[in-house]
Design a protein around this ligand. Sequence first.
Ligand SMILES: Cc1cc2nc3c(=O)[nH]c(=O)nc-3n(C[C@H](O)[C@H](O)[C@H](O)COP(=O)(O)O)c2cc1C
Length: 308
Amino acid sequence: MILTNVFRRYGWRYANRGYRYALIDTGHIGENLRLTARSLGLADVAPGRFWDDRLNELLAVDGRSEAVCAVHVVGIATRGSSPSAVARSLLPVASELTSAKPTVRYHRATRLEPGEGAPAPIDARVSLLSGQGLRPEPSVEECIRRRRSAGAYRDHPIGRDQLEWILDAARSRASEVELLLAAHRVRALQPGFYRYEPSRGLVATQLGDMRARLVKACLGQDKAGACAAAFFMIGRLREAAQAGGDRSYRDLLIESGATGQRIYLAAEAIGLAARNLAAFRDNDLNARLDLDGEKRAVLHLTLVGHEA
Ligand SMILES: Cc1cc2nc3c(=O)[nH]c(=O)nc-3n(C[C@H](O)[C@H](O)[C@H](O)COP(=O)(O)O)c2cc1C
C-alpha cells in the first residue's frame, strides 16, 4: 500500500506548516495499517527509504503537487530476512531548493534517487496495543472504526493506570522521538510536565498548573487546558539528521503521527477520547518544555480525556 499526499490539500489552509501535517497524517494512517496487519497476524514493513522519482513515476504522480510519502508492504513474514540499513545524507541541489515553495523544498531535499540509500530494515520492533494491567475488550479494528476526535473535554480526571496504559501503547519505536507529557487531571499524579522513560516511568520535569500556559501556546485552543493530559511528541532533530540525513525529518514526522495514532486507539480502547492539536506556537511551546527548538522540538501534540 502506497500513501501519497496532495500537498495543496494541507497548504491552502496551513501554509508552510501543511508539510508537517501531511507527513504526520501519513503516520497516523500508516499506523492503522500496521496495527490492522498485526492484528491479522501479518507483517507490515514500512521502509522509509525508497527512490522517490521511480515510485512517483510508477503511480503517475508528479512528485511535487502529489508525492509518495510512505510504502507499507503487508504479507506473511519469512524468517531471517534482514535487508541492510543504510540511510545516507543527501546533498540538496541549491538552485532548485532556493526557488521552490517550502513544501517542494522539504520534499525534494529529502528525496532518494537510485544509488542513494537502501531499504530500511524490517520493522519487527512493533508492539500491538498491549499495555499491562488494564485489559480492554475492543479489538484494534473496533477502535479504529469507532474513534473520533474529541470535540470538547469534561472537567474530570483520568486514572493513573489509564495514563500508564496509554503511555505503554504510545511508546515510540524510534529512539529519536521522545514523549513528554502535561498532566492536568490525573489521579495520584501532581499536575505538571513529565518525561516518560520506558525504563523509569514518569519523571517530573516541572510541577504546577500548566493549563493556561498550554492554552496560550496552542493559539488559545481551550482543549489544551480542558483535557486530562497532553502528550508531546518531541523530535531529536539533530541526532536524527546525523544518523539518517535530511530525510530523517520525514521519518520523525511520520513516527510522531504513528505515536499519536497509538494514543488515539489506546484512549478509545479504555473509553477515553483523544484529539490532535498540532497548531501551536513552536517557540512558545518549546520554551515551556525547555527545548531549544533546534536539537529537540515539539513536532506533534495529542490530547486525552473524557469527552464532554
Ligand atoms: C496533523 C494534525 C493536526 C491537527 N491539529 C489540530 C488542532 O490544532 N486543533 C484541532 O482542534 N484539531 C486538530 N486536528 C484534529 C483534526 O481537526 C481532526 O482529526 C479532524 O477534525 C477529523 O476528525 P476525526 O479525527 O474525528 O476524524 C489535527 C489533526 C491532525 C492529523
